[in-house]
Write a new protein. Structure first.
Length: 278
């Protein structure tokens, strides 16, 4: 396998984002504020395994069933948790939808197969149970950032039957796992040949009824920009309505922060996705 020095690894986000730590602190603070401000049912189990729970945030008006949006956090499958990303619910609820922020077990304590299975079961739980919380399961959209965007693809990757996903916003995603085996991450999670073969979104077919927005920060490193283009082209080839959008002036961390900040390009994309499928 190839070898990158610390400074040349395009997947080591901290080396390319000078304000990495301050943005992480900001999003955690924003999430704390969101949990204090919005009505929430926290820690709802969707299974009995490790980290198998989700938080449900509610908009003001629940006099009729409202759209539902699931968000999956990133962190290269091995860090962060749902609490850190509560702030995304600010935009989702402002758009009139219920926000479901999901948790999952982290590598290397579990393998990729477990995490993908958890996300699929979380989606199944939402479709089966969200009506009891005021949501309309037939108006389901999803989003994810980085590893979360990768995981989100597995919620609509069965082309043989409807996925239940009307639309997806995939931000700063990883759609080809093979290059990561030559990055710093390999020492932390040790991707296997089987995991790369089974869980590279570029090799899957997807539900043609899902509308997909593939977004990437304009200032991302080359692999993120290239993979966004390649995956958008692949989805289009499979008949999905797909758009690829670069978020002006943003990098890997500022782009996801902006999902929860009204008036930013990222928040507007998320709002439009929800309202287009409401």
């Amino acid at each position: 396998m190839g070898h990158f020095t610390v400074t040349s690894d395009p997947f080591r986000i901290r080396d390319h984002v000078a304000d990495f730590d301050s943005i992480v602190s900001e999003i955690i603070d924003r999430s704390d504020a969101t949990r204090k401000r919005l009505p929430v049912k926290a820690g709802v189990p969707f299974g009995s395994g490790p980290n198998e729970s989700l938080d449900i945030f509610f908009p003001d008006n629940l006099d009729r069933p409202v759209p539902v949006h699931i968000f999956i956090h990133g962190g290269y499958w091995r860090m962060f948790c749902k609490r850190d990303y509560s702030y995304v619910a600010d935009t989702v609820t402002a758009a009139g939808a219920i926000a479901v922020v999901v948790d999952y077990a982290l590598m290397p304590l579990v393998r990729m197969r477990t995490i993908v299975d958890q996300m699929r079961r979380a989606k199944a739980w939402v479709i089966e149970n969200i009506a009891a919380h005021g949501g309309d399961p037939e108006k389901l959209t999803i989003s994810g950032h980085s590893a979360g965007a990768h995981l989100a693809t597995f919620l609509f990757n069965d082309a043989s039957r409807p996925s239940g996903v009307c639309g997806a916003l995939l931000l700063g995603g990883l759609y080809d796992l093979e290059p990561l085996r030559s990055s710093f991450l390999q020492n932390e999670v040790n991707f296997t040949d089987r995991e790369v073969a089974d869980f590279t979104p570029l090799t899957h077919a997807h539900d043609p009824s899902a509308e997909v927005v593939i977004a990437v920060g304009e200032l991302e490193t080359p692999p993120f920009l290239a993979q966004a283009t390649e995956f958008a082209e692949r989805l289009e080839d499979h008949g999905l309505t797909t758009s690829r959008i670069e978020l002006s002036g943003t990098h890997h961390m500022s782009s996801v922060r902006d999902l929860g900040i009204a008036g930013t390009q990222g928040a507007e994309l998320l709002t439009r996705l929800i309202r287009d499928h409401a």
